[in-house]
Design a protein around this ligand. Sequence first.
Ligand SMILES: NC(=O)C1=CN([C@@H]2O[C@H](COP(=O)(O)OP(=O)(O)OC[C@H]3O[C@@H](n4cnc5c(N)ncnc54)[C@H](OP(=O)(O)O)[C@@H]3O)[C@@H](O)[C@H]2O)C=CC1
Ligand SMILES: O=C(O)C(=O)Cc1ccc(O)cc1
Length: 453
Amino acid sequence: MSTTDTLPIPLTNHDATVGIIGMGDMGRLYARKISEAGWKVTACDRPDKFEALKAEFQGSSITVLENGHLVSRCSDYIIYSVEAENIDAVVKLYGPSTKMGAIVGGQTSCKAPEIAAFEKHLPQDVEIVSCHSLHGPKVDSRGQPLVIISHRASASSTALITRILSCFASKTVYLSALEHDRITADTQAVTHAAFLSMGTAWHANAQFPWEVERYNAGGVENVKINIMMRIYSNKWHVYAGLAILNPAARDQIRAYAESVTELFKLMISHKTEEFRQRILKGREAVFGGRKREVLLRDDILDQYSLSARLPNGQRRPNSHLSLLAMVDCWWKLGIVPYEHMICETPLFRLWLGVVEYIYSDVTLLEECIRTAMEDDTFRMDDLEFTFAARGWSDAVSFGDFEGYRKRFEKVQTYFAPRVAEATRLGNEMIAKIFEKTREEGASNEDAKGDSSL
Ligand SMILES: NC(=O)C1=CN([C@@H]2O[C@H](COP(=O)(O)OP(=O)(O)OC[C@H]3O[C@@H](n4cnc5c(N)ncnc54)[C@H](OP(=O)(O)O)[C@@H]3O)[C@@H](O)[C@H]2O)C=CC1
Ligand SMILES: O=C(O)C(=O)Cc1ccc(O)cc1
């Protein structure tokens, strides 16, 4: 980190102007929160959206400008909140207009291309402090991780950005760009790959899983369905960007697809003992000697089913290939997911909670193994899931944004009629689980003076 202290930004309260380039979902969240906290905010989106955006923010304290040149000229901290795929082009366009001595950052989910664009196109007098809120635009930011990357900045500038972003009441985590990308590949990219593959497999089998009896099977299935729907209700470019542009993510998604394929081959060749040994080795590597940390209770999850017709709550065995492959892949890559909780997202926490739920109960795990080996009920789902995991891995390794978009939107369109309902249920489920988790974490702390939550 180099320092440039020649043109200090004033540090007295609220006297810096914050500029937002890209008024999509995250840009709007940032503009609104930062302006509510009392900072002067300027913002723009693409020039063709200027009139509409100006009309929308008429009478608010956010000043909408025509383009990124105008935002850059008058702002002390400029945040690029655009598609990761576009970051180089947008910084190239507006970067040279940055006010002398200002600080620049970005909100993209993968930092290597963002930092490369800043280094390439920003004048030398400009400092670089980037950020990444590890949650979607509709999630309560309080207590969620917010990564701050002080890449080329003085301590006082980093302190100023920390102060500006403190309005989110998030948990600030300081990392380098490289650390950020390695950790988020583990927490976000592989998690998304699993759920994208579930959606693709259900679509390939022409199923709405909540209408199929074998999926009306309690908490774990509810989490799978709700997270899958949540991911497919977001914009494709968010997931494409963080997977395709992050080399660590590409490797991990490939490793996940390999684990899925290898486990599936063992299943269909009925190599029970080899399969069991592999599952148990993964369990030992990832969870061995660890007390259960994330609480997920089936009775809470059971309340959040999309199924209207079928009675809820009777657990049906499932091979849970998606979940067994996750642990297998963590083991093969030497990843201990708990070490990455500093960059957890709500989805990663839920996913780890579900995985942990199965792996902490030997009876449940044995049930998965037995079902995988003996029960054909889920075989066609597992086959399609295997194809899907490899398909997503190919789209990511080929760096194929267009192919990724088509794959994503095909499934998104299929599930679209139920998205609103799934989002509502998913939000309730997440809020309830985290509320319960916090409560139980607090009572554990009272009881033992030791809470990991
Ligand atoms: N959504 C999420 O859950 C999260 C997203 N992120 C990251 O934040 C960034 C923004 O994501 P999000 O807000 O969801 O995406 P959006 O697509 O909602 O917002 C991006 C906005 O930037 C605009 N834009 C593109 N080019 C320019 C330009 N030259 N000048 C001004 N505006 C421009 C886009 O316009 P147009 O649509 O016309 O291209 C769009 O309105 C992404 O990099 C994403 O990875 C980070 C955390 C969470
Ligand atoms: O929680 C998740 O994984 C999400 O899907 C929301 C999300 C998407 C992109 C980010 O950079 C951060 C959070």
